[in-house]
Ligand binder design. Structure first.
Ligand code: CU
Length: 195
């Protein structure tokens, strides 16, 4: 399973449980409202202590919550575990653009170019205020904070162009702080890197 699939799986799992619970609770609620309405059931019953029921309604939600934690945790581990052969790129947020610095000190602005078939590690930082590096197609979203270097990674699987956005309000031109990530064939990347 890829990191992207892991995130999607956690999303659909949690959403699925939420929808099921919403439906189940709504159905039971409507049923009870009708079944125990005042005209049919004028005197409220005083029900106390049902240990079996209490244990069941404690254990089942606990297991559901733990299973959601497990699915979320494995997807998080997928996002944070960088393959050893990853190519590293420095990502610097500034008001109001993204600067990318490659191994050979080549720099690009608002355009991240990477070779197809490689894992890419992004070393993310900021030189001024808070920014957040967002690469939605790869489920990558990491804050860029001055003085707190961090990282993200993704696997460059398919040639194409992908959106980059800043998702932390960072000033008047925050909305213009967008870029493009291009995955290109390895040979094209080598040429581009030496330009
Ligand atoms: Cu920003």
């Amino acid at each position: 399973m890829t990191a992207v699939q892991g995130v999607d799986q956690a999303y659909w799992y949690i959403l699925g449980i939420s929808v099921l619970l919403l439906l189940a609770i709504t159905v039971v609620m409507v049923y009870f409202v009708i079944r125990y309405r005042r005209s049919r059931h004028p005197v409220a019953a005083d029900i106390r202590d049902n240990y079996k029921l209490e244990i069941v309604w404690t254990i089942i939600p606990t297991l559901i919550a733990l299973s959601m934690f497990y699915v979320g945790w494995t997807s998080y581990v997928g996002l944070r575990t960088v393959p050893e052969d990853a190519m590293e790129v420095e990502v610097i947020g500034q008001m109001f653009s993204w600067i990318f610095v490659y191994d050979n000190d080549k720099e690009s602005e608002n355009e991240l170019v990477v070779p197809q078939g490689r894992a890419i590690k992004l070393n993310i930082s900021s030189i001024d205020v808070l920014h957040s590096f967002y690469l939605p197609a790869f489920r990558v979203k990491v804050d860029a904070v001055k003085g707190m270097p961090t990282y993200a990674w993704f696997y460059a699987d398919e040639v194409g162009e992908y959106d980059i956005q800043c998702t932390e309000y960072c000033g008047v031109d925050h909305s213009a702080m967008v870029g493009t990530m291009r995955i290109v064939p390895a040979e094209t990347f080598a040429l581009w890197l030496d330009e």
